[in-house]
Design a protein around this ligand. Structure first.
Ligand SMILES: [Zn+2]
Length: 305
């Protein structure tokens, strides 16, 4: 199975509306391999990752990143997904194995496992200056609805978000994807009823994915009746940005007392990345070096004061 996904962006020729469509089947399959989640959490995490990828790909700054955090108080705990400006994502939740019986419609109870008594947070980090933080109360915990509401309430950008993840009986990811249809500033209001009718006539995204409808085809249905062009199409993947170097500097930023305790214990320190599962191990020798470096840094800072 391929672990890549794809993001396609389309813009109406008059610049009134855009669709960002993410095919995330491979990305969600990779996430499921790392986290071994229950079926319902696979769907929930898949939706979150897809939403983060779509939202992240709208960042204008190449160095930027977007974090989508959903804390709904459900049994799976908080979901955190981080995207770069191309839509490469990573994500995790507190309790990946949490599971609930199917909901009243006989579907995976994503809203139940996520919970809806909490908030959705969006952090846009531009790689410089203060990050932008937006948040709003959750509507249903089903995620697409919550993202739609977030754009209306917190960003005043009329948006329709749809997300879908198909999971087979054994928990395997059969298909995943999602889109955001957005009105852009200065949009021609006459197109709103056209877009609304297009959205209303489209079956659920899970059904479309199950039916094997391709990305371009779904975009064509969403923008039916409006001239548009495809602006961009590129591959994305599940991508973690962790490295030994990053964890090394994180450990060094712990208090000097913690660092000394780690050194004095004579044991190695092990950190497992919560996003990709990579084990980063630091030997007692390295911990001693890090302690010495930190002591020197602190002394120099004091002398320069
Ligand atoms: Zn990692």
């Amino acid at each position: 199975m391929s672990y890549t996904g794809k993001i396609t962006t389309a813009l109406t020729d008059d610049g009134s509306a855009r669709v960002i469509f993410a095919n995330t089947t491979g990305v969600v399959a990779r996430a499921a391999e790392i986290h071994r989640p229950s079926k319902t959490v696979t769907a929930a995490l898949g939706r979150c990752l897809t939403a983060a990828a779509v939202m992240g790909s709208t960042l204008k700054d190449e160095q930027g990143s977007l974090t989508l955090r959903i804390s709904g108080g459900g049994p799976a705990g908080s979901f955190v997904c981080v995207s770069d400006s191309l839509g490469n994502v990573r994500g995790c939740c507190d309790e990946p194995t949490a599971e609930l019986p199917p909901n009243a419609l006989g579907k995976l109870d994503v809203g139940g496992v996520v919970g809806k008594s909490g908030e959705l947070y969006v952090v846009r980090d531009y790689g410089f200056g203060e990050p932008y933080v937006g948040h709003c109360a959750l509507v249903s915990g089903e995620i697409a609805e919550d993202v739609t509401n977030y754009y209306a309430v917190s960003e005043q950008t009329p948006t329709v978000c749809a997300l879908g993840v198909r999971v087979d009986k054994a928990g395997g990811v059969m298909g995943a994807g999602g889109y955001m249809l957005q009105l852009l500033p200065g949009a021609d209001e006459d197109i709103i009823p056209v877009l609304q009718a297009n959205v209303d006539s489209l079956p659920s995204l899970s059904a479309l994915i199950a039916a094997g409808r391709d990305d371009g085809d779904i975009i064509a249905s969403l923008l039916s009746g409006l001239p548009y062009s495809l602006l961009d199409e590129h591959d994305i993947e599940y991508r973690c940005s962790c490295s030994r170097e990053k964890y090394r500097s994180a450990i060094k930023k712990l208090g000097i007392r913690e660092l000394k305790d780690m050194r004095d214990s004579g044991e190695e320190a092990e950190i497992i990345c919560r996003f990709c599962g990579t084990r980063h191990v630091f030997s007692p020798r390295e911990l001693a070096d890090m302690y010495d470096e930190r002591v020197t840094e602190l002394r120099q800072a004091r002398e320069n004061r």
